[in-house]
Design a binder for this molecule. Structure first.
Ligand code: NAD
Ligand code: IMJ
Length: 258
């Protein structure tokens, strides 16, 4: 098989550890011949992500906390200064306060709401604005969403509201950037046991429920999400923009899965 991302440079945001969906995407991008640039969120993650980046054969491992405009600007300026062209960018980032993912949604505070939407939705706009000028040959921007954007999912709460905003950001960004040949899409992934899923109450019940009800009668893994990310980032996805692609074993289509 030919390598699908040969000659392309990929910027991947959201690798925290080996279980991160972004790690699986970076692995698949590397397999398909991409040059990898990966970022980490602040000094606390630096060492781990540098080690993972080396294993992945990343050519740059860079700091970027997406809540900080100056860090996003510094990243873009550094890449621009080195004459780097970006072909594909992956945003695999979300955060809400833990208490907002367990108490009733109606109790969400103003600050908790603002934080979840800032990190999980606005940050896509911020990085798209900064990196689009580096996508001089057109390109692809991809983010990760979840079914809780469009349905009520127990405990997902303010994150569901943030994902709804994120999915609409995908459509508006796709419309603004389409003229420059930049496509913007989301993958809505089924539940996967990552750091962002650990500690979520009843997460194994969520996994079991999906396996019982989904058309494929199983869960999806990060490697399957990553292969769809390859497709969307490659020339094979050239006609696809402003879309939300479900990689969820078909669960989203099921009404009552007895
Ligand atoms: P993860 O914890 O490995 O990834 C979340 C990432 O967000 C981490 O790398 C973290 O460093 C980063 N992040 C948080 N705040 C940041 C900030 N201020 N600046 C920069 N980075 C920041 O977990 P994951 O499951 O791989 O999550 C990745 C994406 O996939 C998220 O958007 C999540 O909502 C989405 N998703 C996850 C699942 C699942 O079940 N795991 C399902 C569907 C969608
Ligand atoms: C998260 C919370 C509640 C239910 C959930 C999830 N379900 C799934 C997730 C059913 C699949 C995982 N997911 C899709 C996420 O987007 C997770 C985001 C997240 C997780 C945490 C945990 C630790 C923390 N803050 C978080 N912020 C966002 O402190």
């Amino acid at each position: 098989m030919p390598q699908l991302l040969e000659g392309k440079t990929a910027l991947v945001l959201g690798v925290a550890n080996r279980w991160s969906i972004a790690y699986a995407i970076a692995q698949a991008f590397r397999r398909e011949g991409a040059t990898l640039l990966i970022t980490y969120q602040g000094d606390r993650q630096k060492q781990t992500v540098e080690e993972l980046g080396q294993e992945l054969g990343a050519s740059k491992i860079l700091n970027c906390d997406v809540t900080k405009d100056e860090e996003i600007a510094a990243l873009a300026a550094m890449l621009h200064g080195e004459g780097v062209r970006i072909d594909t960018m992956v945003h695999s980032i979300a955060f809400a306060n833990k208490e907002d993912l367990s108490r009733p949604f109606v109790e969400t505070s103003r600050a908790g709401f603002a934080l979840a939407l800032d990190v999980s939705a606005y940050s896509l706009v911020a990085v798209a604005k900064a990196m689009a000028p580096l996508m001089t040959a057109g390109g692809s921007i991809l983010t990760l969403s979840y079914l809780g954007a469009v349905r009520v999912v127990q405990n997902y709460n303010v994150m569901g509201v943030a994902k709804a905003a994120l999915e609409n950001c995908v459509r508006y960004l796709a419309n603004d950037l389409g003229g420059a040949g930049i496509r913007v899409n989301a993958i809505s992934a089924g539940p996967i046991k990552t750091a962002s899923a650990r500690g979520i109450k009843d997460f194994s019940k969520v996994l079991d429920g999906v396996a019982a009800m989904a058309p494929l009668k199983r869960n999806c893994d990060a490697a399957e999400v990553a292969d769809t990310a390859v497709f969307l980032s490659s020339d094979l996805g050239r006609g696809v923009t402003a879309n939300v692609v479900y990689v969820d074993a078909g669960f989203q289509a099921v009404g009552l899965g007895l």
